[in-house]
Design a protein around this ligand. Structure first.
Ligand code: G1P
Ligand code: ZN
Length: 543
């Protein structure tokens, strides 16, 4: 066993995006590609020597190879101890929980989240800090800077570690502990939710269906739903994690989670359905023939939080990403708590949670979470819903419709144009940016522009500023259109168009979302010339 110093040259494309470095597997398989990035992480972390790190991934193709490389590099870089999930697997929220519970220095999470996997799919890596959350831009920028000048990396020349047995091994001075990735997470869930009430609900006539989409949540959902909460065997479908997610696209939305959608919108549908993504941080909530938009889900959880033991004393505040609908703002206003609007990406919630300015956070992209960890958390959201359903004895649809009656309905939809050509997509954004100054006051049919800008955020805790976070066009009636380019896609560019309008009148709530939003959808086209720039007649995915 010896430490080797390998000479390398920089790759120019290792800038972390919305959630770490995400590329196709073939990019990561290039000699030195992963190693350069991992060395850049270690070189950016002051004081990491001798410390504990957590390593785990969503189990996708290349996860195991990547973990072996990281372990050998960590040992060569003087890390004291690594906690790694059995089989190299740990959901993103579980990794966050383990970092916090073990008071680790940080962690390396291997995931491309909701992107497809397999040899032709995507892979990703990100660094999480001591609070368990994604590294802030200060650190990701430092990692990127290192990656541009790197000329060597250090790695132990030794055999692979057996990741499939719980054990403590050594690479040089460094201890490698293979730990059960489910137990610490399941215990945390038991500390937050009323498992006795949920168990009673699930053992009665209330039927649920959980779709793990052959991704990381399978073992977690089986342990929690079927073992601890006594749901019938088979409640969790597609529960075996596969390296290619069974060929599917592990993104819990109406398009990609179609197996579950068919069940919940079919005859004799269960009362509740939920799906998670590749790394377990996203969730989609369905009722019998009913879809809960993630923005509404955040608002409902906020309004009902005190029904749940872990939140019974109320919330310090809430936060949502800018494109997320303002449904939660109305609840926060009624509760008299602060509501923060952050740029897209979970890393922006970290400071607010640490400073106890927010307790619950959410994004329209099927992400919901709280201060229990520093990542969004799919199964946590499912348990939160089940807890509310158990206490209120209402259906999912009743809960949401009652919510709309109280607060009004924020009609909301996101239209994605995936993998379009990058250059015209950037042109579309540049053009909109240049228009923002002239738009206010302009009239488009019934709509008058109230404000238009490129969203900029000043973190209220550390004062850091993040600019160019998406074009917002707000109208005098409270409607809004937001345009931004994805920071997680790996092919060309993905244009996201977010549409929102507000309807206080309950007699107008039972309208199909796309129908309700039609005037705004047309207006988005008129203003941004989407068809012309994307060369697409319609969006690839509508959520
Ligand atoms: C997408 C979502 C964003 C989420 C991120 C990571 O990022 O829109 O809300 O935080 O994935 O799950 P985007 O591709 O839009 O940059
Ligand atoms: Zn994810």
């Amino acid at each position: 066993m010896s430490i080797k110093t390998i000479t390398t040259t920089p790759f120019s494309d290792q800038k972390p995006g919305t959630s770490g470095l995400r590329k196709s597997v073939t990019v990561f398989q290039q000699p030195h590609y992963l190693e350069n990035f991992v060395q850049s992480i270690f070189d950016s972390l002051e004081g990491v020597q001798g410390q504990t790190l957590v390593v785990g991934g969503d189990g996708r193709f290349y996860n195991r190879q990547a973990i072996q490389i990281i372990l050998k590099m960590a040992a060569a870089n003087g890390i004291g101890r690594i906690l790694v999930g059995k089989g190299g697997i740990m959901s993103t929220p579980a990794a966050s929980a383990v970092i916090r519970q073990y008071k680790a220095f940080g962690g390396i999470v291997l995931s491309a989240s909701h992107n497809p996997g397999g040899p032709n799919g995507d892979f990703g890596i990100k660094y999480n800090i001591t609070n368990g959350g994604p590294a802030p831009e200060k650190i990701t920028n430092a990692i990127f800077a290192k990656s541009k000048t790197i000329n060597s990396y250090k790695i132990f020349d030794t055999e692979d570690i057996d990741l499939d047995k719980l054990s403590v091994k050594r690479i040089g001075e460094m201890a490698v502990e293979v730990i059960d990735p489910v137990e610490p997470y399941a215990r945390l869930m038991e500390s937050l939710f009323d498992f006795a009430s949920i168990r009673k609900l699930l053992q009665g006539n209330f039927k649920i269906c959980i779709d793990s989409m052959h991704a990381v949540t399978g073992p977690y959902a089986q342990d929690i739903m079927e073992k601890r909460l006594g749901a019938p065997a088979g409640t969790v479908q597609n529960g075996v994690p596969l390296e290619d997610f069974g060929g599917g696209h592990p993104d819990p939305n109406l398009v990609y989670a179609h197996d579950l959608v068919e069940i919940l919108f079919g005859d004799n549908a269960p009362d509740f359905g939920a799906a998670s993504d590749g790394d377990g941080d996203r969730n989609m909530i369905l009722g019998n023939n009913f879809f809960v938009t993630p923005s509404d889900s955040l608002a409902v959880l906020t309004a009902n939080a005190t029904l749940v033991p872990g939140y019974k004393d109320g919330l310090s505040g809430v936060a949502r990403s800018m494109p997320t609908s303002a449904a939660v703002d109305r609840v926060a206003e009624k509760l008299g708590i602060d509501c923060y609007e952050t740029p897209t990406g979970w890393k922006f919630f970290g400071n607010l949670l640490d400073a106890d300015k927010a307790t619950l956070c959410g994004e329209e992209s099927f992400g919901t979470g709280s201060n229990h960890v520093r990542e969004k958390d799919g199964l946590w959201a499912v348990l939160f819903w089940l807890n509310i359903l158990a206490v209120t004895e209402k259906s999912v649809e009743e809960i949401v419709k009652d919510h709309w009656k109280t607060y009004g309905r924020n009609f909301y939809s996101r239209h994605d144009y995936e993998a379009v050509a990058s250059e015209p997509a950037n042109e579309l954004m540049d053009r909109l940016r240049s228009m923002t100054g002239d738009l206010p006051g302009k009239q488009f049919g019934d709509y008058t522009v109230d404000y238009a800008d490129d969203f900029s955020y000043t973190d209220p805790v550390d004062g850091s500023v993040s600019q160019k976070q998406g074009i917002r066009i707000g109208f005098t009636d409270g409607s809004r259109i937001v345009f931004r380019l994805s920071g997680t896609g790996t092919k060309g560019a993905t244009l996201r168009v977010y549409l929102e309008s507000y309807e206080p009148d309950a007699s107008k709530h039972n309208v199909d979302t796309q129908v309700g939003l039609k005037p705004l959808i047309d207006l988005a086209e008129e203003i941004a010339l989407i068809r012309q720039f994307t060369q697409r007649e319609k969006p690839t995915v509508i959520t």
